[in-house]
Design a protein around this ligand. Structure first.
Ligand code: 5GP
Ligand code: ZN
Length: 112
């Protein structure tokens, strides 16, 4: 499968890793939109939020268990934003489920 984030997880493409466990990999976004911009992905390939189902949703739970640990390690003591872009209208550019953690400054309150 020709998936950029699968290649990053496999170490075939370098990334700035910030967290890893059995199910989850997290690394710095190559084009940060905030002082802290981390992408959190399941190691299992899931295309997008639309691809979450009863068989693979444990990955999402593991991701959301990892997020507070990542946020703490990044010093995000005053809050942060979690974003998932899904599909064409959501402007998802990489077709491997990922959650953006954005923080380190007061973010704009407009979402769209
Ligand atoms: P999306 O728009 O699909 O929600 O987010 C994809 C994100 O992946 C973008 O924020 C983009 O900057 C990031 N990205 C794309 N290619 C790479 C890469 O090769 N390495 C890293 N670390 N981030 C990438
Ligand atoms: Zn993938």
């Amino acid at each position: 499968m020709d998936c950029l984030f699968c290649k990053i997880i496999a170490g075939e493409i370098p990334s700035a890793k910030v967290y890893e466990d059995e199910w989850v990999y997290a690394f710095r976004d190559i084009a940060p939109m905030a002082p802290v911009h981390v992408l959190v992905v399941p190691k299992e390939h899931i295309c997008c939020a639309d691809g979450i189902n009863a068989e693979n949703s444990h990955n999402v739970a593991r991701i959301f268990e990892a997020i507070p640990k990542i946020a703490a390690a990044e010093g995000l003591t005053n809050g942060y934003r979690i974003i998932n872009n899904c599909g064409e209208d959501g402007c998802q550019t990489v077709k491997h489920l990922h959650f953006h953690i954005l923080g380190g400054k007061k973010l704009p309150d407009q979402m769209a």
